[in-house]
Design a protein around this ligand. Structure first.
Ligand code: NBG
Length: 820
């Protein structure tokens, strides 16, 4: 056998402070060209990050070569978003380098904590879906799954948010302007991707009718590799993000003729593709550039997988035994016709063989229940940008509809409902249907969600292919969201039950008896307080916001969306304020609380932006009211992101998960809060249901209608006016907002439009659930009055939610989908 030269290693042999220091200085001096004396904080952070990266590299290279020679089936996770958060802390933790790095930095007179604050988080995702992808790649590495994540290296991630007079203002997120030390460009692995043009028919040598796509323009996909270390297990997987470049920097002929702008036009068009992340979550915008992004990254990824990851010469017929392409929502679904095109047009396969293989290769995860969130692409646009792919989709649909007619012979309506092509209001391709028809498995992301997918959203498909549908409840990585974010709690847990929980979160169960141990409760409560101080310091440093020394931290952090019902939370706060102001409630009887909001609104989502403005105005009024000082406070730090979440979640007492039942597919913030010992006030929605089942009714504040009740109310005709008329507190709260009390007397504009939309339409039934919510908040106050009892419940939340580790999600994916 051919022995390849050993991969150079600084890892196992040289885990000493001296060699770490030497590596660090080498990076600073020779890679970055700066001396320690003259280096800025950012320079030192970059050198430190590169040093840590160097320690990971050996294992990464070994993982690559090991996976190449192994026949174990792997996973390619296709996702348009990865909301990674900061990398340094996480890599120090997983590679077990924290102590070494701290000592080495100390030896040089540097502070590790100061350097880690210099990292700009890569915000390459909008919210839950992108953060889930980041948790999943972490867990795939920890669970030892040979896998590769594919996505887009957006030049600009999710926008930076500031407030002006309470209104959201968006700024470009220039996260790369100081360079990213974690990525490695691999230009030699660039891939060319075509767009536009025409399709030609021709006869091949054997006289067979063939089709050939002749694109009109091309771009290059340049891969950037990120390493994804498993938790102290020697595996380091790959995340490969694509950046779009022009195939030709500029047209020399045009340039020489003097038209400089025209000469670089092609370059601009190409590089626009990976310029910016679309900031819409849950409501896709159907823009041409978005489709370009989607096709760009999946075309690069399939090509990369086939040419670089598969051992050379592998017969593509082996594909389903080698890999599953997991489609993270509909964003990468155009990969389906792309694989068909590669097989049929480029490799000369027969259609039926290609289709059989494609159906065994893709699996699809759906992340929504909102009908408006299911992506459709107008036929006109798809045909212009990807003419051959449209032909392929038509052919898939024709064959599929024949099958539907065979199975349901007297049901023309069903055929119409199930067609991959919708006719109204414009002819368009329903990407979720294309994914469902093709994939060998379709999963929802929490038990209720998966059930509603088969019963409602995709019920026709579930009738036809019942065996395709399955559930995998989401999870979160315990490395980032407990071990790293909450070192105090981690230390306490490890002292009590050992450190096995970090990669086997079910072990948290062993904490249960300690809920009855007074010493343990005191220690747990002390950690909460310390986390709270740390969060308060962060808010002061970051936003100049001051919060009270004690009292409850009540947090609602998530994207701003009507279905999530930030407005219901706001009505509760306004109602409290109104009842205190009018003497119905004595301030001494109200639990001191800091209401924390964190939320970005999609820039074009007017109602969501109005809600942000109103929250800020109500907050300003409450915070300025001397009689409420030290009792009630509203904190809405701008630009909520993963970095802030890591400080807020461990400090929180109450977690607000108050979506209208049947609308939140899962939620994952809910899991992070519960693990860190915040009690949930929530509806019977998404993964809240599973949280409540696990922690027990007595440790969870349930309120509101359940999904069948919502459906029944909808069917009987929902009238928000009725609730407004009948509930005095609700009416007073809405009237107070409408009166301009929070908006300097301004009663028109966004105030009027928000109030009217709630009273007249209230699409997500906030008014219907108001009374039940306020009652539940009273139960919260009563429970909180018994601090020791509250801590007991908090401990039980931690002890009983190990199920929500993303390691468990990945094991479920393996058992139910990837190795089923
Ligand atoms: C979101 C859901 C959340 C869910 C995450 C991750 C989209 C389209 N969906 O409820 O709204 O937790 O996906 O599955 O962003």
């Amino acid at each position: 056998m051919n022995q390849s030269p050993a991969i150079p290693s600084i890892a196992a042999r040289e885990r000493s402070v001296e060699s770490f220091t030497r590596e660090f200085l080498r990076e600073l001096t020779f890679t970055q060209g700066i001396s320690l004396e003259r280096a800025s904080v950012n320079d030192k952070y970059q050198a430190l990050a590169r040093t840590v990266r160097a320690y990971l590299t050996t294992d990464w290279l070994e993982t690559l070569s090991q996976d190449k020679s192994s026949s174990e089936k792997g996973v390619a996770y296709l996702s348009a978003e990865y909301l990674l958060g900061r990398q340094l802390d996480n890599n120090l933790l997983t590679a077990d380098l924290e102590d070494l790095a701290r000592e080495a930095m100390q030896g040089l007179g540097l502070s590790l904590d100061e350097l880690r604050e210099a990292e700009v988080e890569p915000g390459l995702g909008n919210g839950g879906l992108g953060r889930l992808a980041a948790c999943f790649i972490d867990s795939m590495a920890t669970e030892g799954v040979p896998s590769i994540g594919y996505g887009i290296r957006y030049e600009h991630g999710i926008f930076k948010q500031t407030f002006e007079d309470g209104h959201q203002v968006e700024h470009a997120d220039n996260w790369l302007h100081m360079g990213s030390p974690w990525e490695m460009p691999h230009p030699e692995m660039s891939v060319e991707v075509g767009f536009g043009g025409t399709v030609e028919g021709y006869a091949d040598d054997a006289g067979r009718e063939r089709r050939r796509w002749v694109p009109q323009w091309n771009v290059m996909g340049l891969p950037y590799t990120y390493m994804v270390p498993g938790y102290r297990n020697g595996r380091v997987n790959t995340l490969r993000l694509w950046s779009a470049r022009a195939t030709q920097a500029f047209d020399l002929k045009i340039f020489n003729s003097g038209d400089f702008e025209d000469a670089v036009r092609g370059q601009t068009r190409a590089e626009t593709i990976s310029q910016v992340l679309y900031p819409e979550d849950s409501t896709p915008q159907g823009k041409e550039l978005r489709l370009q992004q989607q096709y760009f990254f999946v075309a690069c990824s399939l090509r990369d997988y086939i040419d670089q990851v598969l051992p050379a010469g592998t017969d593509l017929a082996e594909l389903p035994d080698r890999i599953t392409f997991q489609l993270n929502d509909t964003h990468p679904v155009i990969a389906i016709p792309e694989l068909m095109r590669i097989l049929v047009d480029e490799r000369g396969w027969e259609w039926d063989d290609a289709w059989a293989l494609t159906q065994k290769t893709f699996a699809y995860t759906c992340h929504t229940l909102l009908p408006e969130a299911l992506e459709v692409w107008p036929v006109e646009l798809l045909g212009r940008l990807l003419p051959r792919h449209l032909e392929i989709i038509y052919r898939i649909n024709d064959a599929f509809l024949v099958q539907v007619r065979e199975q349901f012979p007297h049901d023309p309506l069903r055929v119409r409902h199930m067609s991959i092509i919708q006719e109204e209001p414009v002819r368009a391709v329903r990407m979720a249907f294309l994914a469902t028809v093709t994939a060998f498995k379709v999963n929802g992301v929490a038990a209720l969600h998966s059930q509603l997918l088969s019963d409602k959203v995709l019920s026709d498909f579930a009738d036809m292919y019942p065996q395709k549908f399955t559930n995998v409840t989401n999870g979160v990585t315990p490395r980032r969201f407990v071990a790293q974010a909450n070192p105090g709690l981690s230390g306490l847990i490890t002292a009590a039950i050992g450190d096995g929980w970090v990669s086997d979160l079910d072990r948290l169960r062993d904490l249960e008896p300690l809920a009855e141990d007074r010493e343990f409760r005191l220690a747990y409560a002390a950690i909460k307080r310390a986390n709270r101080r740390r969060f308060a310091d962060t808010l002061m440093a970051r936003d100049g916001l001051e919060i009270a020394e004690d009292g409850m931290i009540d947090a609602m952090v998530k994207r701003l969306h009507e279905y999530k019902r930030q407005s219901l939370k706001l009505l509760h706060i306004v109602s409290l304020y109104e009842r205190i102001a009018t003497g119905k409630l004595a301030i001494e009887d109200v639990t001191p609380r800091t209401f924390v909001f964190g939320a970005k609104a999609a820039p074009g989502y007017v109602r969501a932006k109005e809600t942000i403005a109103l929250i800020n105005h109500v907050g300003a009024t409450i915070n300025a009211d001397a009689s409420l000082q030290g009792r009630l406070k509203v904190a809405f730090p701008a630009n909520y992101n993963v970095t802030l979440a890591e400080k807020l979640i461990p400090a929180s007492d109450l977690s607000e998960q108050i979506s209208l039942a049947g609308k939140e597919a899962s939620g994952t913030g809910n899991m992070k809060f519960a693990l860190n010992g915040a009690l949930t006030i929530g509806t019977d929605d998404g993964a809240n249901i599973e949280i409540r089942e696990l922690v027990g009714d007595e440790n969870f504040f349930l309120f509101g209608m359940d999904e069948p009740q919502v459906a029944a109310l909808q069917a009987s005709g929902y009238s928000p006016e009725k609730y407004y008329a009948e509930d005095e507190d609700l009416r007073n709260a809405l009237d107070l907002i409408a009166s301009g009390r929070f908006t300097d007397g301004e009663t028109g504009g966004f105030v009027a439009s928000l109030v009217a939309s709630l009273i007249e339409r209230d699409r997500f039934m906030a008014l219907a659930d108001f009374r039940s919510y306020v009652d539940a908040q009273e139960r919260v106050e009563a429970a909180y009055a018994d601090q020791d009892g509250w801590t007991r419940s908090a401990i039980l939340n931690t002890a009983r939610t190990g199920f929500f580790s993303s390691d468990r999600s990945i094991r479920d994916y393996l058992a139910r989908i990837w190795r089923a």
